[in-house]
Design a protein around this ligand. Structure first.
Ligand SMILES: Nc1nc2c(ncn2[C@@H]2O[C@H](COP(=O)(O)OP(=O)(O)OP(=O)(O)O)[C@@H](O)[C@H]2O)c(=O)[nH]1
Ligand SMILES: [Mg+2]
Length: 277
C-alpha cells in the first residue's frame, strides 16, 4: 500500500477522480476541511484527503489529476535544520523483532499521530508485518483512527484495558516484526500516570517518550524527571512549531536520550524521520 495526500476544492471532486483512477482499490484514511485565505480577505475551502492505495493500481500523478491535486510543499530549510539537530544524538539501538514500541507521554503530545506516521513509514518501506495495539481506551477517536489504517493492510489491531491483558497481548503478538502501542495521555500529577506506569511495568517493551517540542522547556524537564528511569528513547513531535534557537535549547535537555523519530508536520504522510531500525 502507498499512502498519499490529495488536495482539492471539494471532497466529491476528489472522490470522483479517485474512483476514475483507482476503482475500488483505495481507502480514504482521513478527510480534513480547511479555509485558505487569499490576501487575508478571500476565504476559499480546501479539502485534504489521505488515501491508502493498493500499489499495483497506482497511476502516475500526471495520469491521475487534471489539475495538480498533490501539493508537496518545500520543507528543505526545515529538513536541513532538523538533520543538523539530529546528527549529534546517540543512535537508537536496533529494535528486536517482536518487541513492542510503546509511545507514551503528555496529552496531545502527538502519540497517535506519530504511530500513524511510523506505520505509514514502515509500510511504505516494505515492512508490512506490523501489529498495533491501543491502551488508549479513554478516547474512542484514537482507536478508530488507528483501526482505519490497520484495516487497509490487514494489520492486527488490539485494544487492551488492563496491564495483565497488555502483558499477555505483547506476548501473543510477538511473532510480528513490529508492534506499535498507543497509550492515553498523562499529566504528571494525575492518577492516569500511576495507571500508565502499571502498563509500562507489565511487559518488556521499548518505551518511547513522545515529546511536543513546542512545550516550554520547564514543562519538558518536569516530565523527563517524572518519568526518569522509564524512558528508553524519545519521539519528538511538532518540530515545525519551533525555531532553531529552541531546538538548540531542547538538544541540551534531551541529549542523554536516543531520539527514535521526529515529526514536523500535522499531516500523516509528510514530515517524519525514523531513526530506529
Ligand atoms: N504541527 C504539528 N502538529 C502535530 C504533529 N504531530 C501531531 N500534531 C498534532 O497534534 C495534535 C495532537 O495529536 P495526537 O496524535 O492526537 O496527540 P496524542 O498524544 O495522541 O493526544 P492524546 O491521545 O489526547 O493524549 C493533533 O492536532 C495533531 O495533528 C507535528 O509534527 N506537527
Ligand atoms: Mg492519542
Amino acid at each position: 500500500m502507498k499512502v498519499k495526500t490529495y488536495k482539492g476544492k471539494s471532497l466529491t471532486g476528489i472522490i470522483e477522480q479517485l474512483n476514475k483512477a483507482f476503482g475500488n482499490s483505495y481507502a480514504i484514511l482521513s478527510v480534513n476541511h480547511r479555509w485558505r485565505w487569499k490576501f487575508f480577505i478571500f476565504p476559499s475551502r480546501e479539502v485534504e484527503v489521505v488515501v491508502g492505495i493498493e500499489e499495483k493500481k497506482e497511476k502516475s500523478v500526471q495520469e491521475f489529476a487534471q489539475e495538480p491535486l498533490i501539493q508537496v510543499a518545500n520543507y528543505e530549510p526545515l529538513e536541513r535544520i532538523i538533520e543538523n539537530f539530529l546528527a549529534s544524538f546517540k543512535k537508537p539501538p536496533p529494535v528486536d523483532e517482536g518487541k513492542a514500541l510503546v509511545f507514551f507521554g503528555p496529552t496531545g503530545s502527538g502519540k497517535t499521530t506519530h504511530i500513524g506516521k511510523t506505520y505509514i513509514d514502515l509500510v511504505s518501506s516494505g515492512l508490512k508485518d506490523i501489529a498495533v495495539m491501543s491502551c488508549d481506551t479513554f478516547r474512542l477517536g484514537a482507536i478508530e483512527q488507528l483501526k482505519i489504517f490497520c484495516g487497509v493492510v490487514d494489520t492486527p489491531f488490539q485494544v487492551v484495558y488492563e496491564p495483565e491483558e497488555f502483558r499477555d497481548m505483547v506476548e501473543f503478538l510477538s511473532g510480528h516484526k513490529v508492534i506499535l502501542v498507543d497509550t492515553p495521555g498523562v499529566s504528571v500529577s494525575s492518577k492516569n500516570m500511576e495507571e500508565l506506569v502499571k502498563f509500562l511495568n507489565a511487559a518488556e517493551t521499548v518505551n518511547i517518550f513522545t515529546l511536543d517540542a513546542s512545550k516550554e522547556l520547564s514543562v519538558i524537564k518536569k516530565y523527563l524527571e517524572a518519568f526518569n528511569g522509564m524512558i528508553d528513547g524519545i519521539a519528538l513531535t511538532k518540530l515545525d512549531e519551533v525555531d532553531e534557537a529552541k531546538l538548540m535549547e531542547l538538544k541540551q535537555v534531551i541529549e542523554d536520550y536516543p531520539v527514535y523519530s521526529v515529526s514536523y508536520r500535522q499531516n500523516l504522510t509528510e514530515g517524519f524521520r525514523r531513526l530506529w531500525q
